[in-house]
Design a protein around this ligand. Structure first.
Ligand code: FAD
Length: 386
């Protein structure tokens, strides 16, 4: 053992990469440990695109974090010269009483965000890829768009290295120990033992193993990102014409999608939100089945018929869900030298830039000014029947 680090980061995906960047930039001696290569496709941060939006139907408490996230996405783009955030506009569509519509309106009102409400016929007129049922309405948000997960992870890691971070790939962490005094940690990998003042555990779908003693249920789910070829040309699905969208169908099943971009440029990506199957990183079935493609076709035929063409590709990805689908971002309740970023429940990527800043605050200052009360692991302990 030679170097003593200020911070060791376990897992260099969406959240670990931004934390490495923020901490190295602030002069901390950082060691990042990742079991796979940089920006790999075996976790939760791949597939070319992730929705970003501000009128957040999940809870208005996320909005201030989103405003800061946008600033930080712009900052890393300026610093690196790499495009990561693309603004396309966004439609949150569904029955008026759906969470997608009513929750988005609530967040927008509470935070004074600009938005428009479109009736079904206006949606079709402006965005002719959609054929919504007459009962459908949409909130249109101009600032919504997508971020590029692989580019984000890769760029943050490169910038972290520039600021002096030491990053080890293909080195799996086997276990970690925090000194009961509240000072110091040891991290054990297949290659050695490392010591540091603090650690960050940002292990995505592998967190349930590393955080067994946290008392938070983290359930991993398999999800599929699907790429279809449009039946009448790509033009109306192109960036600039087609916005990102979240569509809650008349049966309240939520789907979301993107303009044509990235992985399969001759097609566009669409997926179900929160309709996954339980798995672990070891047991996930990476095959794609005809019945799941047909299930998607059933919805495309109703609401986005021109996307119901040739199936181009399906790519599995994992959600790590908490019981209330809100994140866990906090210092460890028992060990103040351990910071946790876990349970991003299928909607974390857009926040990665600000989560890095929050983790750096927690590690350096022991607290943050960002509003993260919603994300405390103790919210689950408080509900326990003793
Ligand atoms: C299909 C799909 C669609 C999504 N769509 C959106 C969207 O539109 N918008 C949005 O905001 N969010 C979206 N999300 C959610 C978002 O992508 C995730 O919340 C986010 O990527 C989680 O980041 P993470 O850092 O926790 O996990 P990851 O990025 O997976 O990083 C965890 C890392 O830790 C490493 N690791 C784990 N254990 C160890 C160990 N023991 N030793 C060393 N390394 C280890 C892993 O290899 C991995 O690289 C989507 C997710 C999926 C799957």
């Amino acid at each position: 053992m030679s170097t003593h680090y200020d911070v060791i980061i376990i897992g260099l995906g969406a959240m670990g990469s931004t934390a490495a960047y923020q901490l190295a930039k602030k002069g901390q001696r950082v060691l990042g440990l990742e079991q796979y290569g940089p920006a790999h496709d075996l976790g939760s941060s791949h597939g070319g695109s992730r929705i970003i939006r501000q009128s957040y139907f999940e809870d208005p408490a996320y909005v201030p974090l989103l405003l800061r996230a946008y600033e930080l996405w712009n900052e890393i783009e300026r610093e690196s010269g790499q495009e990561i955030l693309t603004v396309t506009g966004g439609l949150m569509m569904g029955p008026p009483d759906s969470l997608t519509v009513s929750g988005s309106i609530e967040s927008s009102k509470q935070w004074n965000l600009a938005y428009e409400i479109l009736e079904a016929k206006d949606i079709y007129k402006r965005f002719p890829a959609f054929t919504p049922s007459p009962a459908t309405v949409a909130l249109y948000e101009e600032r919504a768009g997508f971020v590029r997960p692989e580019a984000s992870v890769y760029t943050h890691l490169l910038q972290a290295e520039k600021y002096g971070a030491e990053l080890h790939f293909f080195e799996e962490v086997v276990s970690w120990e925090a000194h009961p005094s509240g000072e110091g940690v040891r991290v054990i990998t297949a290659n050695g033992v490392y010591e540091a003042g603090k650690i960050i555990i940002s292990a995505g779908a592998w967190a349930p193993d590393l955080l067994r003693d946290l008392g938070v249920s983290l359930q991993v789910e398999r999800h599929v990102q699907m790429f279809f070829e449009p039946t009448q040309g790509i033009d109306i699905f192109s960036v600039g014409k087609q916005p990102i969208y979240i569509w809650e169908a008349d049966d309240y099943v939520q789907l979301y999608g993107f303009p044509s971009f990235g992985l399969k440029a001759e097609g566009a990506k669409v997926a179900f939100f929160r309709k996954g199957t339980a798995c672990t990183p070891e047991t996930i079935d990476r095959n794609i089945y005809e019945d799941e493609v047909n299930m998607m076709r059933h919805y495309l035929a109703q609401g986005i018929p021109q996307l119901n063409g040739r199936f181009l590709q399906g790519k599995t990805c994992m959600y790590t869900n908490t019981p209330d689908e809100h994140f866990v971002i906090s210092l460890h309740p028992e060990y103040p030298q351990v910071a946790i970023a876990a349970g991003f429940s299928g909607h974390g990527f857009k926040f990665a830039s600000v989560v890095g800043e929050i983790l750096a605050d927690l590690v350096i200052e022991g607290k943050t000014n960002h509003p993260i009360d919603l994300f405390t692991p103790q919210r689950f302990a408080a509900n326990k029947i003793v």
